[in-house]
Each structure stands twice: as C-alpha cells, then as structure tokens.
Design a protein around this ligand. Structure first.
Ligand code: NAD
Length: 287
C-alpha cells in the first residue's frame, strides 16, 4: 500500500506541517500543503525553502534534490478538494479535538476509498478521533517530532479501529521518509511523551528534595546514561507550560500519581518562567 503513496496532502502549514510536507517531497511524493489562507500556505512553503537552502549550504542536500522537491510541492486552501486526489492525507492542525474531528470528517468524505488518513496529534486519542467516521479503519496516528526534517522518530499509533494494513502502510511510508517508526497502541502520552515526561517530573521532584542541583541532575543523565540532553534542560527547551499541560493530562487520564505536576513546576509557570522562550526556567538562558 505504501508503495502506492504518490500524492500526499498535509493540512496545517505550521511548525509540524511544513516539515512533514518537506520530508514527503524529498521522498518523491507529490505534496499539497494546505492551510486556511494563501498567506499561511506561502509562509509554510517559505520555511521549506529556507530549510532546504540551509541544507544545501551545509552540504546535506544536493541542489538538484532541492529543486526537485520544490517542484513536487504545491499549496492549497481547500482540504477537501486536495484530499480528493490523495493517497495519504496527514493533518497537522492545532491540538483541538473538535477541530481535528471536523477536519478528519472532511478528509474522510473527500478522499478516495483507498487513501490513508493520518493525524499528527501529540496527545489526543486516535480511537476518539475515529468515532463517527465512515471509514475509521484508515485513520492512524503518525506522530512526528520537531524539527521534522531532522528528528528520526515517528510514532505510528494504532486506534481501536485502525486496520493492520494501514499500520503497516504508515510504518512503511515513515521508513520511506528516512524515519524510524515505532508502533504504539492508543494510550495517553503514547510511548514518547509518557516516558519522557515521567523522567522530567522525577528530575523536578529530585530538585525539590535537594538531591542535587539542576545542572548535576542533568549531568547524571548526559554522562551517566548518554542522553544527549538532561531532562531539566529539555523541559526548558520544550517549555514548562507545555510540560505542565501534558503532565496534568497524563495525571488525569492515567490516574497515576507519577504524573502529578511537582510544586516547583507549577510555581515556575505561575511566575512566568517558562524556559528558554522567556529567558528562564530551570536554567537561565541569555541567548
Ligand atoms: P502550529 O500552530 O504551528 O500550526 C498549525 C497550523 O494549522 C497553522 O498554520 C494554522 O493556520 C493551521 N490550521 C488551523 N486550522 C486549520 C484548518 N481548519 N485547515 C487548515 N489549516 C488549519 O501547530 P503545530 O505545532 O505544527 O502543531 C500541529 C499538530 O502537531 C498538533 O496536533 C500538535 O499537537 C502536533 N505536534 C506538535 C509538535 C511541536 O513540537 N510543535 C510536535 C509533535 C506533534
């Protein structure tokens, strides 16, 4: 089935969507990048051009591949019309259940029967997103990581109704993009966020208890466990507010004390210290 994925529609040209469109075009798919307005589409396409220029500058992308990828990319503002010719439609619109459900319904109604519909949701239940669709078996999670053109992982998330054929096709397409897919059953936080957040929250509790300094807790993981980055620095990069939202969601949905947000996290967010984006989180950022 994945061998037949020639035309990919990406809906949402923001942080994730433009990256997904880029890697799909680099992997020789015809790509339509859709957003609400022509300006937003153009902004997404401009980010792709900038990424590819940077890749050429660094010697990672051949000029000829850059040109070919750009020729395979088009823009659009009508998701249904674009989906009518899609083999695969991937949505990367904001993380709001009602918005994603409406969009998946539009895609399900418009796409050819053989097309796969993927969602890049980072937390919503795939099974819930499948509810009420005519063909829920073709809906699958494809959770990419940011920045998409660099990060290797794709979580392929199997909802209750997702067919095995679709799981395999999504995994195979991820491999075609040069990614490493892992298959995860639909469960809060999938595999990546659940494990990553658990580590981050434990590091915060250790900091609260005075086990060691933030820098030393991080060094324990970078030097002792060969993590590329410590859990507190990573939280600063992701954003403390983002991590707090995920922790609250996991705490509620998994009913596990492990995910209860530590006091220090609530306090820093309350004070407006959200990590790198505000100049201070667990560390001070002056870049
Ligand atoms: P973003 O806000 O950067 O981009 C979303 C885009 O969707 C915007 O350009 C917006 O105009 C567009 N959009 C909104 N409604 C639309 C509609 N009805 N039709 C077409 N386009 C529409 O968001 P993002 O960070 O790229 O996140 C997108 C999805 O990816 C979310 O589900 C998020 O949880 C998930 N995700 C994000 C990250 C990350 O690091 N940002 C990582 C993994 C997964």
């Amino acid at each position: 089935m994945a061998g037949e994925i020639r035309t990919v529609v990406v809906v949402g040209a923001g942080t994730m969507g433009h990256g997904i469109a880029q890697v799909a075009a680099m992997a020789r798919s015809e790509v339509v990048l859709v957003d609400r307005t022509a300006e937003l589409v153009e902004a997404g396409l401009a980010r792709i051009r900038a990424n590819l220029d940077d890749g050429v500058g660094r010697g990672k992308v051949a000029s000829i591949d850059r040109e070919a990828a750009l020729e395979r990319l088009r823009g659009g503002t009508d998701a249904g019309a674009a989906a009518a010719a899609a083999d695969l439609a991937i949505e990367a619109v904001p993380e709001r259940l009602a918005l994603k459900r409406d969009l998946l319904k539009t895609l399900d109604d418009a796409a050819p029967r053989s097309a796969i519909l993927a969602t890049n949701t980072s937390s919503l239940s795939i099974s819930t997103l499948q509810e009420g669709l005519a063909h829920p078996e073709r809906v699958v999670g494809m959770h990419f990581f940011n920045p998409v053109h660099i990060m290797k992982l794709v979580e392929v998330v199997r909802g209750e109704a997702t067919s095995e054929e679709v799981v395999e096709a999504a995994s195979s397409f991820a491999r075609r993009l040069g990614k490493e897919p892992i298959v995860v059953n639909d469960s809060p936080g999938f595999a990546s966020s659940r494990l990553g957040v658990a580590l981050g929250l434990e590091a915060m509790r250790m900091l609260e208890e005075g086990v060691a300094s933030a820098a030393d807790i991080d060094t324990a993981m970078t030097l002792g466990y060969r993590h590329p980055m410590g859990p507190l620095r990573l939280t600063d990069l992701v954003g403390l507010d983002v991590r707090l939202d995920i922790a609250e969601y996991l705490h509620d949905s998994l009913r596990s004390e492990r995910f209860r947000p530590p006091e220090i996290l609530r306090r820093l967010v309350g004070e407006g210290h959200l990590g790198r984006k505000t100049g201070r989180g667990f560390f001070v950022w002056d870049d």
